[in-house]
Write a protein that binds this ligand. Structure first.
Ligand code: 3PY
Ligand code: MG
Length: 255
C-alpha cells in the first residue's frame, strides 16, 4: 500500500519535500528528515532518467514514498518511471478531461487503464501479484495551473483513476495575469486556489499545493490541503549558503 494513500485513508495530511538537485545521496539525506513523501521534480530541474532512478531507490530505502513531478503528461515516460519505482505521479499542465483520462490510463493496468506490463522495481517491493496491487500502490495528481485547466476543472475532477489535483501557484498566477510566484498574496490568486481546494474536496478528491515559506506551508495545512510540498532543496541550499556566507563576513568584521 502506498504510504501517502495510507495517510489520506486515515484522514491525515502529507508533507512532502521537493527535489530539484539531482543525486542519490542528497535525496537519501532529505528523505531521512521525516517527510511523508519526497517529490522529484523532472519538469523544472536538470535531473535525467538515470539519476532519477537512483534517487527513487534512495528515497524508498528510507521508508518514504517517492513521487515524481513529470516533465509532461507523456505516457511512455510516466510508465517508465512507474517501472523504475516512482509510487506517485504529478502531471503538469492538465487542461481537459481527455488529458486527465490519458494520464489515468498510464497509472492502471487493463481493463481499468492502459499501463503496459513490466514493473521492474514494483515487482521487487510488492511481489509477483503486483498487478492486483498496482492501482493502490500509486498516487496521482493532475496539475491545475492554466486558464483552460481552471475552466475544465469540474470535468477533470469527474475523471476516474486520478486521486486529485495539485496546484502550481506560479503558472496559475501567470494564467491570471499576475507575476509567477509561489506563496502568492494577490487576492484573485488566493481566492482561485481556495476555490480549487473546495471544489476538489466537494468532488471527493485530494488536493495538494506547491509552497515555499514554512509559515505559508503551515497555513495551507491548516486550510486542509491533503498534500503540501515545502520549499525546493535547491532554494534551501541557496538560502543556507547566503546566510552562512553573510555570517562569516559579518563575523570577520568584528574584532
Ligand atoms: C507552479 O507553481 O507552477 C509549479 O508548477 C510548481 O513548481
Ligand atoms: Mg507549474
Amino acid at each position: 500500500m502506498n504510504r501517502v494513500r495510507e495517510i489520506w485513508d486515515g484522514g491525515g495530511q502529507a508533507v512532502g519535500a521537493w527535489l530539484q538537485i539531482g543525486g542519490a545521496l542528497s535525496a537519501e539525506t532529505i528523505a531521512g528528515c521525516g517527510f511523508d513523501t519526497v517529490v522529484i521534480d523532472l519538469q523544472h530541474s536538470l535531473i535525467d532518467f538515470s539519476t532519477c532512478a537512483a534517487m527513487l531507490l534512495a528515497i524508498e530505502k528510507q521508508g518514504v514514498e517517492p513521487l515524481v513531478r513529470m516533465h509532461w503528461n507523456e505516457p511512455a515516460a510516466i510508465m517508465k518511471l512507474l517501472d523504475a519505482g516512482a509510487y506517485g505521479v504529478v502531471a503538469p499542465m492538465i487542461e481537459t478531461a481527455d488529458e486527465a483520462r490519458a494520464f489515468a490510463d498510464c497509472l492502471h493496468y487493463p481493463p481499468r487503464g492502459k499501463r503496459s506490463w513490466g514493473p521492474r522495481r514494483p515487482l521487487i517491493r510488492y511481489g509477483k501479484d503486483y498487478a492486483a496491487k498496482a492501482s493502490a500502490s500509486v498516487v496521482s495528481m493532475a496539475m491545475i495551473e492554466t486558464r483552460r485547466g481552471l475552466d475544465n476543472l469540474d470535468a477533470i475532477l469527474a475523471v476516474d483513476g486520478v486521486d486529485g489535483i495539485f496546484i502550481g501557484p506560479a503558472d496559475l498566477a501567470l494564467a491570471l495575469g499576475r507575476a509567477p510566484r509561489a506563496d502568492h498574496d494577490d487576492p484573485e490568486v488566493v481566492a482561485t486556489i481556495a476555490d480549487i481546494r473546495e471544489r476538489t474536496h466537494a468532488a471527493g478528491k485530494k488536493v495538494g499545493v506547491f509552497t515555499a515559506a514554512p509559515a505559508f506551508s503551515a497555513q495551507k495545512l491548516r486550510e486542509g490541503f491533503d498534500l503540501v510540498t515545502i520549499t525546493p532543496d535547491l532554494m534551501m541550499l541557496e538560502a543556507a549558503a547566503r546566510r552562512t556566507l553573510a555570517e562569516v563576513r559579518e563575523g570577520a568584521r568584528r574584532t
